[in-house]
Design a protein. Structure first.
Length: 500
């Protein structure tokens, strides 16, 4: 035992603790000051409660890391208001969320995944095969006869617990990512009773995705509280301008099931909706996917941010009556489609709109009771390269390539040239269609219809296989960190809701 007097003597003899060194430098420019401010924000990070009432999952379909970086620059160069900026210093709305992880995206049988398998992992907590929605990796169409043996989705559990459930997308609402919220199907193409779902396959007993939406969570738990997107043709018979060859009118079936519900098929009807009104809402604003934002007619189709804002208000109003919260999935789905066309301009514009939808959601929710998780299902093959100067048009030819490591041939206009003497763009794809309509050389690099250059010529550009990012705020968002398997996101959302 050490005597107190000895302890006092030792303390008196110990050298005084040195004052912490002053962090100083002769150069304290804007970057230094911004970094100090960012550090301060992190040190003041809010400790959120451990349990969430609500979960909002936002998926930028095809929004890989390169897409986020390029869209960040694009957004700065094409702001909603104010003068354009160089862009590199800009941040998208979800980049301000405090917790970030890298997510492995492979399917159980595919190194490079598709949206069906990836969205299934996020919604069920198990990985499955490419092209398959919410089936176990060893299950086939025969499993449709025993639906109780299929993986249970987050939305199904939420409904059983009396929670609200909603889906918002810019794609067909029967497309792979939104379908993973409410459907189980061994082939993602079985969206409706049409040519993509042959009679022989229908004999398996599997229901098409549109029908599963209308019949979601039957019995006392009710269906989807809000569903907004495209894909109207999958719900209507051929005689009514749809694609269904079975004669079923699923819009009429939905209205019969929910007599207090509201069905809308245009922007005017959508604008007239009251989110506080009782009954579910079904909005189908296009026979196919919704129009790309740069081409959208606001008199015909609502914007993603408006649909997201309405869905949150609708589910919050419903949850207030039930006090059980909600689960909402919001997808910026056409980022993926623009990439498949190797059309970087529209891909970045769609990512910008997705960011604005995230901002709209953040302005509406209370992060003490809502977990917000923003991620992508997979990436694409777009890359950013070539040493362009700061502030160079992200869609343009590379300028100032002669500086630093970028030394090489330059055109009279100052553009970097490849080994065949052609100007190069900052954004390129590894594969995809080789020419634009008309051919690329006749279109300026920042024309919205230009298709970017690529290494391999293929009919469509493919997905990429690298990790994607996940951003999170709210209860249990601290679990979104490190490098994780994609199916872990389901388990984090369940943990936030207190499900064990």
């Amino acid at each position: 035992m050490i005597r107190p007097l000895i302890v006092i003597a030792l303390l008196a003899a110990a050298p005084a603790l040195a004052a912490p060194p002053v962090l100083d430098t002769p150069v304290k420019d804007d970057y230094w000051q911004a970094a100090r401010a960012a550090l301060g924000a992190r040190l003041r990070a809010v400790n959120r409660p451990r349990r969430a009432k609500n979960v909002i999952l936002m998926i930028g379909d095809g929004m890989g890391i390169a897409t986020i970086t390029a869209a960040r620059i694009y957004d700065g160069q094409h702001p909603a208001e104010g003068p354009p900026r160089p862009g590199e210093e800009n941040s998208l709305a979800f980049e301000a969320l405090p917790n970030v992880a890298l997510v492995k995206t492979y399917n159980s049988n595919a190194q490079v995944p598709d949206s069906a398998g990836t969205a299934s992992a996020i919604n069920t907590g198990v990985k499955t095969r490419i092209g398959t929605i919410n089936f176990g990796q060893a299950q086939d169409a025969a499993a449709c006869k025993t639906p109780e043996a299929l993986p249970t989705t987050l939305a199904e559990i939420a409904k059983r617990r009396g929670m609200g459930v909603g889906v918002v997308t810019t794609t067909r609402i029967t497309h792979a990512t939104p379908a993973a919220v409410f459907a189980h199907v061994p082939n993602r193409n079985w969206e409706g009773a049409d040519r993509a779902f042959p009679a022989a396959d229908r004999a398996s007993g599997c229901r098409d995705i549109a029908r599963q939406l209308v019949e979601f969570a039957p019995a006392s738990t009710g269906g989807l509280d809000v569903a907004l997107g495209g894909g109207r043709a999958r719900f209507l018979p051929v005689a009514r301008g749809g694609s269904r060859d079975d004669g079923q009118d699923l819009v009429a079936a939905w209205q019969a099931r929910f007599p207090a519900g509201r069905y809308v098929d245009g922007a005017a009807g959508f604008a007239a909706l009251d989110p506080r009104a009782p009954g579910p809402v079904l909005g189908l604003f296009n026979n196919d996917h919704l129009t790309f934002e740069v081409d959208r007619d606001p008199a015909a189709e609502p914007a993603l941010a408006d649909m997201a804002r309405f869905a949150v208000a609708k589910l919050a109003a419903s949850a207030a009556g039930r006090r059980n919260g909600y689960y909402l999935m919001i997808e910026g789905g056409r980022i993926d489609h623009a990439h498949h066309a190797s059309n970087a301009s529209r891909a970045l514009s769609e990512t910008q709109q997705f960011s604005r939808a995230v901002a709209a959601v953040l302005a509406t929710i209370n992060l003490d009771e809502t977990l917000l998780l923003v991620t992508a299902d997979h990436s694409h093959t777009m890359t950013i390269s070539g040493y362009p100067e700061r502030g160079n048009d992200i869609l343009g030819f590379i300028r100032n390539a002669a500086a630093g490591e970028g030394g090489g041939p330059v055109s009279p206009e100052g553009f970097a040239l490849d080994d065949q003497g052609r100007p190069m763009t900052t954004l390129t794809y590894a594969n995809g269609p080789r020419s634009s309509p008309p051919l690329s050389p006749t279109l300026p690099p920042n024309d919205r219809n230009r298709l970017q250059d690529k290494t391999y010529g293929t009919q469509t550009e493919s997905h990429g296989g690298e990790d994607v990012a996940a951003f999170a705020a709210g209860p249990r968002s601290n679990l979104v960190t490190g490098v994780v398997e994609q199916n872990l996101l389901f388990h984090i959302m369940a943990e936030a809701l207190g499900w064990r």
